[in-house]
Design a protein around this ligand. Structure first.
Ligand SMILES: NC(=O)c1ccc[n+]([C@@H]2O[C@H](COP(=O)([O-])OP(=O)(O)OC[C@H]3O[C@@H](n4cnc5c(N)ncnc54)[C@H](O)[C@@H]3O)[C@@H](O)[C@H]2O)c1
Length: 325
């Protein structure tokens, strides 16, 4: 069986991926924090010596590098971003090359692209604006000049949860800043929801985004593993989204309908840096990976998020929010 190493395995996507892949792969995960669910090795990518030792002893065939500082609210702390994204990636590349491990899958972001109000393709113009996006772009450049085999995945808005057998995987960022987990959680608990802006040039004035179900993210990564295993040389950048166009207000009204809750919300001023549209073209993913999303209809996304919120409530696990959301 192929040996996989997941960095950032205590995080949302890392944990879900582990649950998703564990039947078919030998997997280990590392993270600077312990995992609530799986046994991640507690290693900070900034600790070069420990990282090198671990990689040398495990000798993975493929590394999936998800570890990052990614919460939007913390973009002000530029140093934290530089260290946990750029320096961490530099360290990982160094250790991989030193130990003759040549296959890397990297999670980048749609935030590296220049604004466009139609589906974005991989060769469209780039213009990373936030500290987060800038550091992710730096990581991409490091990987591209590393001589490793790589697949850089630019994820759009990852969301929702899934259950395999008795294992459930879902999103629990602290604080939570993403709209779907926020709206679903607050609707169920009848707390006030704040929507940033209704004056964008979109069909209802609120922002339009492309939501991709976590299970589809996992299936895309699984396709990458297969592709990498069967190619001597692969160097690709691929968007992963659903090519859907959902507005914030549509999410709000759909959640109200599904949860049968009364809507307790307020429109507040636009959030700095937010853009009207961010939509993914998935034609390259279809062509190169033979992948397409099959769980990312917005109703399914919301229903599966409700399942996760019920799990959180049942286990007395609280979501925390910052600022308005
Ligand atoms: N969730 C999304 O919507 C989304 C969208 C686009 C891109 N991405 C990217 O996907 C990846 C995973 O996202 P996520 O939502 O699971 O993030 P997350 O914040 O839930 O998980 C990231 C994990 O990385 C770990 N980490 C950070 N710095 C580390 C270090 N120096 N050493 C070891 N571990 C470290 C954190 O402890 C955390 O557990 C990230 O790279 C993110 O930028 C996510």
């Amino acid at each position: 069986m192929t040996k996989i190493l997941i960095t950032g395995s205590s995080g949302y996507i890392g944990n879900a991926l582990w649950v998703y892949l564990k039947k078919n792969y030998i997997i280990r995960g590392l993270d600077k924090y312990n995992s609530r669910y799986l046994k991640s090795e507690k290693i900070d990518l900034l600790n070069l010596k420990k990282l090198d030792h671990y990689i040398k002893s495990y000798q993975p065939d493929i590394v999936i590098h998800l570890a990052a500082q990614s919460l939007v609210d913390e973009t002000i702390n530029k140093k934290k971003y530089y260290l946990n994204n750029v320096v961490a990636t530099k360290n990982l590349i160094f250790c991989l090359k030193k130990n003759k491990i040549f296959n890397l899958i990297f999670s980048s972001t749609a935030a590296v692209y220049k604004y466009k109000n139609t589906p974005i393709k991989e060769n469209d113009n780039l213009k990373p604006v936030s500290a987060y996006a800038k550091t992710k772009y730096e990581c991409e450049k490091l990987i591209k000049k590393s001589n490793l085999n790589y697949i850089i995945l630019r994820f759009f808005n990852v969301c929702s949860s899934f259950k395999i057998k008795n294992k459930i995987a879902g999103e629990l960022h602290k604080p939570e800043t993403h709209i779907i987990p926020t709206v679903v959680y607050k609707s169920i608990l009848n707390k006030k929801i704040y929507i940033y802006g209704n004056t964008y040039k979109t069909k209802d004035g609120s922002c339009v985004r492309d939501y991709i179900h976590i299970q589809d993210i996992c299936s895309a990564i699984k396709k990458c593993l297969k592709k990498m295993k069967n190619s001597n040389k692969i160097r690709e950048i691929i968007n992963i989204g659903s090519q859907s166009k959902i507005t914030n207000l549509e999410i709000l009204h759909l959640v109200k309908k599904i949860t049968k809750s009364s809507l307790n919300y307020e429109i507040v001023k636009n959030r700095k840096g937010d853009i009207a549209y961010l939509i993914c073209s998935i034609s390259k993913a279809k062509k190169i990976l033979n992948w397409k999303p099959s769980n990312s209809k917005i109703k399914k996304i919301i229903k599966d998020e409700i399942m996760w919120v019920k799990y959180l409530i049942k286990n007395n696990i609280k979501r925390t929010f910052k600022n308005y959301l």
